[in-house]
Write a protein that binds this ligand. Structure first.
Ligand SMILES: C[S@@+](CC[C@H](N)C(=O)[O-])C[C@H]1O[C@@H](n2cnc3c(N)ncnc32)[C@H](O)[C@@H]1O
Length: 299
C-alpha cells in the first residue's frame, strides 16, 4: 500500500530533513508572489526576497531528487524567466519541457491581453529519467491504419479548466490545480510505488492524485487549515479525477467499420479514461457520424 503524508510547517525547514537523492518526482506549485491570500503574507515578498526564497527551496529540492528524478515547477509570468535561470544555470538541471497550461476562464484586462495560461517548467537531474509516454498519450483525431491509434504525444500546450467554484471537488483554496493536469505529470514521470514530493501542497491535489495512482506522496503546507482540508480530501471516496484534457474524450470521426469501432471504443476507455468518471464518451459514440467508405478513402 502506498502512503500519503502531509507535514505542517515551512517547506524550507521540512525539506532540510529529507534524505538526499530519495525522491523520484517533485511537483512544485509555489506561491507566485502575486499577492494571493493563502491566510498569511507569504505571497507578497520583495523581488530579491522572493528570488532568494526560490533559490533556497529549489536547491533543497534538487538535493533530495534522485539522480534519475524529474521536477515540474509551476510559475506565473512575473518570475518564470528568473526561475528558468535558477534551474538551468544555478542548479545545473537539464531542461526538458516548457509546458503552457492554457485555461479558458480568468481575470479580464482592458488594456493588454487577458492572461490565459500559466507556465510549468520540467527539468531532470540527468539524462536518464522516467518518461512513460504510453501512459499520457491523447487520442488521435482520425482513424488511419498508419496512425498509432494508441494515441499521440500530448505536446507542451495543455488545456485544463480550473476546477469551477460549483464543482463538488472544489476546495476552499484560491489556487487549487486541476487533478487531470497533475495526473499527466505523475503518470509520465513516475512509476507505481515511487516517491513523489509536493513542497507546497495547498489543497492537496498532488497527494490526492498520487493516492489514486499508487504512488507515495509527501506534501508540505504551511497553513494548518489547508492541512486539515487535505486530510479530509484524502478520506473522500474516489469516483474519477475532477478535470480532463478535452482531447481525451475525442473519438476518431471516421470510424465506420462497426467491428473496428467497438474494439477501438473499449480500448479508448482503458487507454485514455480509466481514472475518470464515465463520461460523455458512450453518448458521443452512439452519435458518431457514419461516414461513407469514400470519406474513409481520403485517409
Ligand atoms: C499555489 S498554492 C498550491 C496549490 C496546490 N497545488 C493545489 O492544487 O491546491 C501554494 C501553497 O503554498 C503554501 N505555502 C506558501 N509558502 C509556504 C512555505 N514557506 N512553506 C510551505 N507552504 C507554503 C501556501 O499556503 C499555498 O497553499
Amino acid at each position: 500500500m502506498t502512503k500519503q503524508n502531509i507535514l505542517l510547517g515551512d517547506t524550507l525547514e521540512h525539506l532540510a530533513k529529507i534524505p538526499s537523492n530519495s525522491i523520484n518526482l517533485i511537483v512544485a506549485d509555489p506561491p507566485y508572489n502575486l499577492g494571493k491570500n493563502y491566510g498569511n503574507n507569504h505571497d507578497n515578498q520583495e523581488f530579491d526576497e522572493y528570488l532568494d526564497f526560490s533559490r533556497h527551496w529549489l536547491k533543497e529540492s534538487v538535493r533530495v531528487l534522485k539522480p534519475t528524478g524529474t521536477i515540474y515547477v509551476f510559475m506565473g509570468f512575473r518570475f518564470i524567466s528568473y526561475l528558468y535561470g535558477l534551474l538551468e544555470q544555478e542548479m545545473g538541471l537539464l531542461f526538458n519541457s516548457w509546458i503552457v497550461w492554457h485555461y479558458t476562464q480568468g481575470m479580464g484586462k482592458t488594456k493588454g491581453f487577458s492572461p490565459r495560461h500559466d507556465d510549468i517548467l520540467m527539468f531532470t537531474k540527468s539524462e536518464k529519467f522516467t518518461f512513460n509516454l504510453d501512459e499520457v498519450r491523447v487520442p488521435q483525431k482520425y482513424y488511419r491504419s498508419r496512425n498509432n491509434m494508441r494515441g499521440a504525444n500530448p505536446g507542451d500546450v495543455w488545456e485544463f479548466s480550473h476546477v469551477h467554484y460549483c464543482h463538488e471537488n472544489r476546495q476552499a483554496h484560491p489556487t487549487q490545480k486541476p487533478e487531470g493536469l497533475i495526473e499527466r505529470m505523475v503518470l509520465a514521470s513516475s512509476n507505481i510505488e515511487d516517491d513523489v514530493l509536493d513542497p507546497f501542497a495547498g489543497s492537496g491535489t498532488t497527494l490526492r492524485v498520487c493516492q489514486q495512482l499508487g504512488r507515495n506522496c509527501l506534501g508540505i503546507e504551511i497553513n494548518p487549515e489547508y492541512v486539515e482540508m487535505i486530510h479530509a480530501r484524502l478520506a473522500l471516496p474516489f469516483d474519477g479525477f475532477d478535470s480532463i484534457d478535452p482531447r481525451m474524450e475525442r473519438i476518431p470521426q471516421n470510424l465506420t467499420d462497426p467491428q473496428v469501432r467497438d474494439v477501438y471504443l473499449s480500448n479508448h476507455q482503458q487507454w485514455f479514461l480509466k481514472n475518470h468518471a464515465p463520461s460523455s464518451l458512450s453518448e458521443n459514440s452512439t452519435n458518431l457520424p457514419l461516414y461513407t467508405q469514400k470519406s474513409l478513402d481520403l485517409s
